[in-house]
Design a protein around this ligand. Structure first.
Ligand SMILES: Nc1ncnc2c1ncn2[C@@H]1O[C@H](COP(=O)(O)OP(=O)(O)OP(=O)(O)O)[C@@H](O)[C@H]1O
Length: 254
């Protein structure tokens, strides 16, 4: 296992958004989190990536307790998350957006920037190289110099993946990667997620598109009202009575 949560809990006032969740993200696998609206999926992601502080419980990454580490330190350890495509800089090129992602891994200081030191120039070249490498990985080489405002929604999704990949993550957290794209485009994104896992990047995703999850996930956790109600393979989840009742109100999972 790569990352583990132990009794992870988050309260917002009187509401328990995540309640005592024990979950492990398996290395090199596609781990999925599903559940009805308001089940606590995004909050769970925010706890793992460090955007929320847990009320109780622990988060262990590669054996190290990271429960109290800030988000930027977790990112440096190799935990990356994608944001909604609305977080991209619309008036910048795809390439420039990705370069910003890679800057996280570089060490140039203000001194380097002011005096245009060799280190700065070297790191700028490295950033560009890395950005082009991840753009090729996600299939956006041809869009590298396009302004984000002018590319399709699916390309924006790929750009958001590239941004996270530019930080060289060990685990990538994808929040509804296929929301708002058509079925053909969803298939393309599916292939990309599978490719990431094959490449050795651990994937953890939240997604409402059930067909996609059932096709590509190795392991699924189901949240309902903040609690884990089931965990297992797609086959196990599909046939789990509690899931069928809670998640779909009785109809079968397609
Ligand atoms: N910052 C916050 N302050 C107060 N309540 C919050 C906050 N963030 C989430 N909540 C509440 O916590 C619960 C879980 O929300 P969360 O967004 O994690 O669910 P979700 O499973 O991701 O839902 P969706 O599928 O609709 O995105 C909801 O009742 C939500 O209203």
């Amino acid at each position: 296992m790569l990352l583990e949560t132990k009794n992870l809990t988050k309260r917002f006032g009187g509401l328990i958004a995540v309640n005592n969740v024990n979950f492990s993200i398996e290395r090199g696998k596609i781990n999925a989190i599903i559940g009805p609206n308001g089940a606590g999926k995004s909050t769970f992601f925010n706890l793992i990536s460090g955007f929320h502080k847990p009320t109780a419980g622990q988060i262990i990454f590669k054996g190290e307790d990271i429960t109290h580490l800030p988000a930027n330190k977790r990112a440096k350890l190799g935990i990356a998350r994608t944001f909604q495509t609305t977080h991209l800089f619309e008036q910048s090129t795809v390439l420039d957006n990705v370069i910003i992602g890679h800057r996280l891994r570089t060490s140039s200081t203000l001194f380097d920037a002011i005096f245009r030191t060799k280190r700065l120039k070297r790191e700028e070249a490295q950033c560009k190289e890395k950005a082009m490498e991840v753009l090729e990985f996600v299939g956006l080489t041809d869009a590298a110099h396009k302004i984000v405002a002018n590319i399709s929604q699916e390309e924006k999704k790929r750009a958001a993946f590239a941004l996270a990949l530019a930080t060289d993550p060990e685990v990538i957290l994808l929040d509804e990667p296929a929301a708002g794209v058509n079925p053909d485009e969803t298939e393309g994104l599916e292939e990309l997620i599978v490719k990431m896992a094959e490449y050795g990047i651990t994937v953890c995703l939240i997604e409402h598109k059930m067909q996609m999850i059932m096709k590509i996930a190795h392991k699924i956790m189901v949240l309902n009202y903040g609690e884990k109600i089931a965990e297992g393979t797609p086959e196990e989840i599909k046939n789990n009575e509690i899931v069928i009742q809670a998640y779909l109100g009785g109809s079968a999972i397609a």
